[in-house]
Design a protein around this ligand. Structure first.
Ligand SMILES: Cc1ncc(COP(=O)(O)O)c(C=O)c1O
Length: 417
């Protein structure tokens, strides 16, 4: 299938936010994405790029064969649901998701985007507790729909909407007493935490602080919701960081790679207590495509594939840690820090312009990475579980070379970036 890139950009400029056409044309140097397999994307001009980005969706790479087969089989049978009759794919997906987390949070909600699950979790918490205020953490990203946006911290995303957002207080990430100060008033509906704040530059919250917060919340009847939409499902090594760390949470939210990188799918597992409003009335929170069979068909195959590849994830983590630290040591004028865990790595650049230029330069040189939505100086590198040793070596070499040429350009132009 040939793709006319010029027509793609023309249509984007006419009908989608025009700046998306601009940034896409910079990144692709006039080409667009055309096809993908495994860790590689092929562009419309025939060039190939390693995908260490895709906003954390492509954990299994592209078109993982088991996920594609499961979705194809569902497509051939019944891709959509009557929603009047019970659907086997949705039931199997719910059982698989709960089972994946050891059935400790037995109730399931299935959505299409991460923010869907943030919406339902905070809604249930408010209904169960009869309280309105929610606590989130400074730097948090939980999505951009109005309910989720109330919890997202970055002012640029909230500007002009402050009065339309539900009540949320953001507590300092390093203050173990911060939650106690609020929950003791007995008016906090939920505490929502991201164990590793991906969009905030890949910042892990302190486990001891999280434990102190959860203990405070528990004492005052405040449910705790772990948003692991980005960091869960082995992206940071564990199925769920919150559950592995023994935090007494009432819900874990997942998304991004849950559909195996093939279909849109998100999910949340809940305690019986938090799910109670939906047990009483399933129509309190429903959506036409929630539990869509085509998406649900991907879930068991995706979770199986993630588990099969989990040992490879530990090897990739070691290679990334070693490689990125070495590169940071070689480029101290460009790299201000490296943080990460598992397959989620943040590279702090010395300025936002350099971060933007580097991202475009990397794409042009064959390595796709993602920016951090709440931290413009940090780039995220998210290798897929299917990355080979050669892929990792190539990605690190491209990064090293681009940093070298960025440094040369800075010296040549004398500009402060
Ligand atoms: C931690 C976290 N929560 C929620 C979301 C929102 O997910 P979505 O964009 O799929 O609605 C994201 C997206 O990046 C995320 O990283």
């Amino acid at each position: 299938m040939t793709v006319d890139a010029g027509k793609v950009f023309e249509r984007m400029r006419a009908h989608l936010p025009p700046r998306l056409a601009l940034t896409g044309s910079f990144a692709g140097q006039g080409a667009v994405e055309a096809s993908a397999q495994g860790s590689r994307v092929t562009l419309s001009d025939g060039r190939r790029a390693l995908d260490f980005g895709s906003y954390a969706v492509a954990l299994l790479g592209h078109r993982h064969p088991d996920v594609v087969a499961a979705v194809r089989a569902q497509l051939d049978v019944m891709p959509t649901s009557t929603r009047t009759l019970a659907n086997p794919a949705a039931a199997e997906a719910a059982a698989a998701l709960s089972g994946y987390f050891g059935d400790v949070l037995p109730r399931v909600y299935l959505g299409l985007n991460g923010s869907d699950t943030v919406e339902v979790a905070t809604k249930l918490a408010r209904l169960v507790t009869g309280r309105r205020r929610v606590l989130a953490v400074e730097g948090a990203f939980h999505g951009k729909t109005l309910g989720a946006l109330a919890l997202t911290h970055r002012p640029e995303f909230r500007r002009g909407l402050e009065g339309s957002l539900a009540e949320c207080v953001h507590v300092a990430a390093d203050d173990p007493d911060a939650v106690e100060r609020y929950v003791r008033n007995g008016d906090v509906a939920a505490l929502v935490v991201e164990p590793v704040q991906g969009e905030n530059g890949v910042r892990a919250l302190d486990r001891r602080v999280l434990a102190a917060w959860c203990a405070s919340a528990g004492r005052h009847g405040t449910p705790v919701i772990a948003d692991e939409i980005q960091c869960g499902l082995r992206r940071c090594g564990e199925r769920s960081l919150a559950l592995t760390w023994g935090l007494p949470v009432d819900a874990v939210l997942v998304g991004k790679p849950l559909g195996g990188g093939v279909v849109p799918l998100s999910g949340a597992v809940f305690s019986e207590r938090l799910y109670r409003p939906l047990t009483a009335d399933p129509f309190l929170h429903s959506a036409t495509f929630g539990g869509h069979p085509l998406s649900c068909a991907a879930l068991p195959a995706a979770l199986r594939a993630i588990e099969e590849l989990a040992p490879r994830g530990r090897q990739i983590e070691t290679a990334m840690r070693t490689g990125l630290r070495r590169i940071a040591a070689v480029h101290p004028h460009a790299i201000a820090g490296v943080r990460g865990r598992g397959l989620l790595w943040g590279l702090d650049l010395t300025g936002p312009a350099l971060a933007g230029e580097l991202m475009v330069g990397l794409a042009a040189a064959g390595l796709l990475v993602s920016p951090c939505l709440s931290r413009p100086t940090t780039l995220r590198l998210m290798p897929p579980l299917v990355a080979s040793d050669a892929d990792l070596a190539e990605a690190l070499a491209v990064l090293d070379a681009q940093l070298t040429s960025a440094a040369r350009a800075t010296v040549a132009s004398g500009t402060q970036r």
